[in-house]
Design a protein around this ligand. Structure first.
Ligand code: HSE
Length: 412
């Protein structure tokens, strides 16, 4: 039976078709019946492609074909994909996706449509590429009260930081390489500025705490302002710089969530996660810390999760797979990040930087000064005590009257 369609024939779409067809015989045994891909929908032409006969340009062919039970939406974005997904679910067709933007923006609404029409909306590939994290969080760890989820959630930025730190490659060359390898988003700003990781931490937090966390309420900063100078200070002090997303309960039914570069101690599990790999630590009150690790982006790792979801839908065609959360209209659900406690690495520049040490002590209390080989006289780097973020900013504002604040990076 040719009951599957794939919408979007880019990196993930072509990987999905390739992996499914390669393992089709085994996959059909797992499903318990014959299944195959009938349509691949894309507006572009792919002359000479081995699956050229399955390519269609009109989405309605898929929507109106009763034989199609499950559709892999791997288009990305929250415009066309949103409209297609709503129509497919309303027609009772299950949809599986790698589209974190869509799940993070409209997940709660799409789950409702799926529920009303007896089909499924699954999104294992939306976080961590090939790493199984959505189902373990939803099922195996469901008996825990989750205390924290924290992780490296973007393959492109982890790849760039690794190349900068370990091969002294400059930012632009590393980004170009990540694009060539098919890791980056169509517009890599989403990777570099942390929006992609933000969508992923929103998905994990929504699943863990049961209410939709909308990305616009989560503070997010990326890696574009990290310099090799910061990398050197961090290395010398025993830290790696990583882009980390974190979500945890903040008391009174609220949560705190943030995505930002962090100085991660070299002896922690996350610090040795390099290249395109992602890692997510989940802390539960029963289980303690659990680490999920694997390739977080790329054609076949992401396809692995998409195909897994396709199989799940086809195995359970008359059953709703409850991986979802409620909508949340409370704008105060995510606490303001300025009210949270943080320890900050700060790098300042001033003509006679040493002379500012008494002022730094007065503003922050006892700080830890860092060194790097050949530190220029006009530069100081230090780590503040653990302070409320707003107080750190007030102190930095004072300091900026006599020095340039070149960098500030939170510690893990
Ligand atoms: N651009 C994303 C990343 C793809 O680099 O992690 C996988 O979601």
């Amino acid at each position: 039976m040719r009951n599957i369609a794939v919408i979007g024939y880019g990196v993930v779409g072509s990987g999905t078709v390739e992996l499914f067809e390669k393992n089709r015989e085994e996959i059909c045994k797992k499903i318990g019946r014959d299944c195959d891909i009938k349509y691949i929908c894309d507006l572009r032409d792919f002359p000479g492609d081995p699956y050229e006969d399955r390519l269609v340009k009109d989405f309605n062919i898929i929507l109106n074909d009763d034989e199609i039970e499950v559709v892999a939406e791997v288009v990305g974005g929250a415009t066309f994909a949103y409209e297609y997904t709503k129509k497919l679910l309303a027609a009772g067709k299950s949809v599986v996706t790698s589209n974190k933007e869509l799940v993070a923006t409209h997940g709660a609404e799409l789950f409702e449509i799926a529920k009303d029409h007896g089909c499924n909306y699954l999104f294992e590939a939306s976080v961590g590429g090939g790493i199984p994290i959505i189902r373990p969080l939803n099922k195996c760890l469901a008996g825990n009260s989750i205390e924290q989820i924290s992780g490296i959630l973007n393959g492109t930025t982890n790849f760039i930081l690794t190349k900068m730190i370990k091969s002294q490659m400059d930012f632009d060359s590393a980004l170009k390489m990540a694009q060539e390898l098919g890791y980056a988003e169509a517009d890599p700003t989403a990777d570099v500025e942390g929006h992609d990781a933000c969508r992923k931490i929103c998905i994990l937090g929504s699943l863990a705490f049961g209410k939709h966390i909308y990305p616009q309420y989560v503070h997010c900063s990326g890696i574009s302002r990290i310099t090799l100078d910061d990398v050197e200070y961090a290395e010398d002090a025993g830290y790696s710089i990583k882009l980390v997303g974190t979500v945890k309960p903040a008391g009174n039914g609220r949560i705190s969530a943030i995505v930002c570069p962090r100085l991660v101690p070299k002896n922690s599990l996350l610090s040795s996660v390099d290249d395109v790999y992602n890692a997510i630590t989940v802390t539960g009150d029963g289980v303690g810390d659990v680490l999920f690790y694997g390739k977080g982006a790329g054609k076949l790792p992401t396809a692995s999760a998409v195909v897994g979801d396709i199989i799940d839908c086809l195995k359970h065609r008359d059953r709703r797979i409850m991986i979802d959360w409620e909508d949340c209209t409370d704008k105060d659900y995510v606490v303001p990040y300025k009210t949270t406690l943080n320890t900050m690495y700060v790098r300042i520049k001033a003509a006679d930087a040493e002379s500012l040490k008494p002022a730094v002590t007065e503003l922050f209390g006892k700080v830890l000064y860092l060194e790097r080989n050949g530190r220029p006289d006009n530069e100081l780097a230090f780590i503040t005590p653990n302070m409320v973020e707003a107080d750190i900013d007030t102190a930095l504002e004072q300091l900026s009257k006599s020095a340039e604040i070149a960098s500030k990076i939170r510690l893990m």
